[in-house]
Design a binder for this molecule. Structure first.
Ligand SMILES: [Zn+2]
Length: 339
């Protein structure tokens, strides 16, 4: 085998030419391009992983910059969607890598399409609803998944290798076992822990790309700052709802109208579901008569009193400055309603 470049020589020395070729040919999906997602993506891109699909629903916020390695103040000022900012930066870091930005809210309707054609799915999300959805799709189609999460001074990472080891719901059977509503807003998060957790997760992704899934399946690594990394074995739950009974309720559920806090608790997010896709050009023309409207990177920013609404092409909205959920819904309804 001839080497196309000397760039990756130190990796070849470490794990061999054949393994490096598999890493170069790898296709990986990063779901959530926040602190852990950006760091994970950067490690993979520098190592020459051939294709990265970056899926994220949010825009870069100044609050992200303390822990996200790919973003800068320019990205927060524009503002630019996280997936696009990350893809732009990764292209500058390593031209060998094809980084595709997908600005979307991953849900039951689109997750199968978003996960298609990938060798490894990487969960870098900030909520367990998406984690369990990714776990469902991974187990159902037999695709490896890397789970990683960080909050406060703690992080964790585990590889799910369907058919070999436990899945995420063997570890946490239901949403009742987790509590992640605005957790970073509540307890904060350490940038060092975010980077360390992403490094643990990226190590698992490399192992899976090299074909070493059997060696890493079912090993949960936890770290605390300061403190050692502790790795424990997780057993398959015989009656696991996902990998045992094969009930994929997150994958098969219809996406409901969703209103919740996101972006570190600073915004309310509204997702109408039902395939509602507004025409943002029409909306901009209509609303510009009454509000201050700005277009940026395919988004619409609208100032409505104390509230700033960010409208996405898939119908979602982020509402910064809303007092509560009812206030957020009311502003959204005002913007969406045609006179
Ligand atoms: Zn399971």
């Amino acid at each position: 085998m001839t080497r196309p470049t000397e760039k990756y020589r130190y990796q070849e020395i470490l794990w061999g030419e054949r393994a490096q070729a598999r890493v170069r040919a790898g296709r990986v999906g990063i779901f959530g391009v926040g602190g852990t997602g950006a760091a994970h993506a950067q490690i993979l891109a520098r190592a020459g992983v051939g294709y990265l699909r970056l899926v994220d629903r949010d825009i870069v916020d100044a609050l992200d910059l303390h822990r996200t390695q790919l973003f800068d103040e320019r990205d927060a000022a524009e503002p630019v969607p996280k997936a696009e900012a990350a893809a732009r930066r990764l292209a500058e870091i390593n031209g060998d890598v094809n980084a595709e930005a997908v600005v979307a809210f991953a849900n039951a309707d689109n997750i199968s399409e978003l996960a298609a054609g990938l060798d490894v799915l990487v969960d870098c999300s900030d909520n367990f609803r998406l984690r369990f959805l990714l776990n469902d799709v991974a187990v159902k189609v037999g695709r490896p998944l890397v789970y990683q999460g960080a909050e406060g001074g703690r992080g964790a990472a585990m590889a799910v290798v369907p058919g070999v080891g436990p899945c995420l719901r063997c570890l946490l059977p239901s949403l009742a076992d987790v509590d992640d509503a605005g957790s970073c807003a509540r307890v904060g998060v350490s940038p060092a822990v975010v980077a360390a957790t992403a490094a643990l997760g990226a190590g698992l992704t490399f192992a899976l790309l090299r074909g070493e899934g059997d060696a890493v399946a079912g090993r949960l690594s936890r770290l605390e700052d300061p403190g050692p990394v502790v790795t424990i074995g997780v057993k398959r739950l015989e009656d696991c709802p996902a990998c045992g009974r094969r009930e994929f309720v997150f994958l098969e559920g219809r996406a409901p109208v969703y209103v919740g806090r996101c972006c570190g608790g600073r915004a309310f997010e509204i997702f109408p579901g039902g395939g509602v896709r507004p025409n943002l050009d029409e909306m901009a023309g209509r609303l510009a008569r009454r509000f201050l409207v700005k277009k940026s990177h395919g988004l619409l920013l609208i100032a409505v009193g104390d509230v700033t609404a960010v409208m996405f092409g898939d119908g979602r909205a982020l509402l910064y400055g809303a007092r509560d959920e009812a206030d957020a819904r009311a502003v959204y309804d005002r913007l969406a309603a045609r006179e």
